[in-house]
Design a protein around this ligand. Structure first.
Ligand SMILES: [Zn+2]
Ligand SMILES: [Zn+2]
Length: 252
């Protein structure tokens, strides 16, 4: 079976109980259905390190098993914006470049930690895992998660009357925000970096919803950042919170 990226012969391996095809040349890995969710971060790191060349081909990528053309997976919820994963519509396998694999696994791990730490029910399994069928990451994670849910760490910042349970936290370069609204609303958030006076505008929920969440790496969390949440109802009427400084020391 040949690599979808560089056409070298792939090695068949079993890691974390998954059968994995790995390319020793470009470091690309092909996972069986849902396999990417089940491997550990350490395994992802090891797979990513095993390569000879840095090569990204732009031609069509074919599934090493059935030669179906692989398509980029667009899942804003579970896949960070700078990561591209390629899926096979026939066998539901998934191909990942070495760097993307590491970033994806890291983001997945910190996101699970975030929900654990804040005792927030997972909005959906799809927000953390790339799934073609309903299956949890692993039984161990599930048990750990349920254990954590019993802990009640209730520290939150109240922003405005419509918003409740606003949580802000960071992990590495990722900033996570979630909040609920009393009625279904669309939302966006405006970050202002005081040192550069630069603003970053991010859509949190493009659809009317009461649960809003955003994962972003677009603001440098080392900076002094202010944020303002903008809510919009179905008729397009907007309301904004006051600008507030993000104070991570408070939410830890
Ligand atoms: Zn390759
Ligand atoms: Zn396939």
């Amino acid at each position: 079976m040949v690599c979808p990226n560089c056409s070298e012969k792939m090695n068949l391996d079993v890691m974390d109980g998954q059968t994995i095809l790995h390319c020793p040349n470009c470091g690309g890995t092909f996972f069986e259905e849902n396999g990417i969710n089940r491997i550990s971060f350490a395994t992802a790191q090891r797979l990513a390190d095993e390569k000879k060349v840095y090569e990204i081909s732009t031609s069509d990528k074919l599934c090493p098993k059935d030669q179906t053309i692989l398509a980029p997976i667009r899942s804003e919820e579970s896949v960070p914006p700078d990561v591209t994963l390629f899926g096979c519509s026939t066998c539901h396998g998934l191909f990942a470049y070495p760097n993307d694999l590491v970033i994806f696994k890291k983001a997945q791990a910190v996101k699970i930690d975030y929900f654990k730490i804040w005792s927030i029910p997972l909005p959906s399994i799809k927000s953390i895992a790339v799934l073609s069928v309903f299956l949890f990451v692993s039984l161990v994670s599930l048990i750990t998660y349920l254990y954590w849910q019993k802990q009640n760490i209730s520290s939150y910042i109240q922003a405005q009357d419509l918003i409740k349970n606003l949580y802000l936290t960071t992990s590495n370069r990722y900033l996570f925000i979630s909040f609920k609204t009393l009625i279904p609303l669309r939302s966006r958030i405006i970050f202002t970096v005081t040192s550069t006076n630069e603003t970053v505008n991010k859509v949190v929920s493009g659809e009317l919803t009461t649960f809003h969440q955003l994962t972003t790496a677009d603001v440098n969390i080392e900076d002094e950042i202010y944020y303002q949440i903008v809510l919009r109802d179905e008729k397009g009427r907007e309301t904004r919170t006051e600008m507030k400084r993000i104070d991570f020391t408070k939410s830890q």
